[in-house]
Design a binder for this molecule. Sequence first.
Ligand code: URA
Length: 232
Amino acid sequence: MRASDNPVRDFFLQQAELFTDEFYFEPPARQTDTETGGLTGAVPEPLDWEELETRVRDCQKCALARTRTQVVFGAGNRNAGLLLIGEAPGQQEDLQGEPFVGRAGQLLDRILAAIQLGRQEVYIANILKCRPPNNRTPSSAEIENCEPYLLRQIELIQPALIVCLGLTAAQTLLRVETNLRDLRGNVYNYHGVDLVVTYHPAALLRNMGLKKYAWEDFQNIQKLYKAKSGSQ
Ligand code: URA
C-alpha cells in the first residue's frame, strides 16, 4: 500500500487489508444489525458523524447500556487540531451527556484556558462512551467494544495532536502497560498523528503534587500544537 497524505486513513486501510472481515473500509458485504442479531464486536462501517453518533447512542454491546443515564458521545469542534481523550464519563457526565463537566472537567477548562484554548477549539472524547458504575476502571472487554467508536472519531477529526488524559487512554491507544510517569514527556507517533500523555485532571485533584508535572506537559502541548497548527 502506498503512503498517502492521510496517515490515519492509511492505517485503517492497512488494517482492512490485514483483517478484511473486521475492518470497515468498503467491506465486501455489509452486515446489517438484523443479520448479526444486533451489534457485535465488529468495527463499524465508515460511518459519517451523524451515523456514528446514532450508532453509539443506540449501542447495546455491553452491560453499561443498562446502567447509563445517557451516552456521552464526545463534544467540541469536529475540525479541531487538538483531541483530548479521557477515560469514561463520571456521574455528572452521565447525567448531562457531555464529557468532562464535573470537577475534573472544570479543572480541565482552567488548564485549557491557561494555554489559551477553549472547548470550542478542541474536541473532547473518552475511551468509553458510557459510565461504569461507581466510576470503576473500565474492563478490557468494555474498552474493546467501545474503542472502535473512538477510532472512527479520530479518523473523522484528523487531529494534529492527541492528548491522552490519564493511564486508561494512554495504555489503550498505545497498547502498552507502562506507568504514566514513564509515558509522559514523550511524543508518540499514533499512526501518523503526534500523541502525548499527561495526568488525568481527576488525578490532579487527588494529588496536588502532580500539578507541576501536568503544567509542564500542557506547556509542551501548547508548543507542539502551535507548531503543528502554525498558530500564535
Ligand atoms: N473523567 C473522564 O475520563 N472523562 C469524563 O468525561 C469525565 C471524567
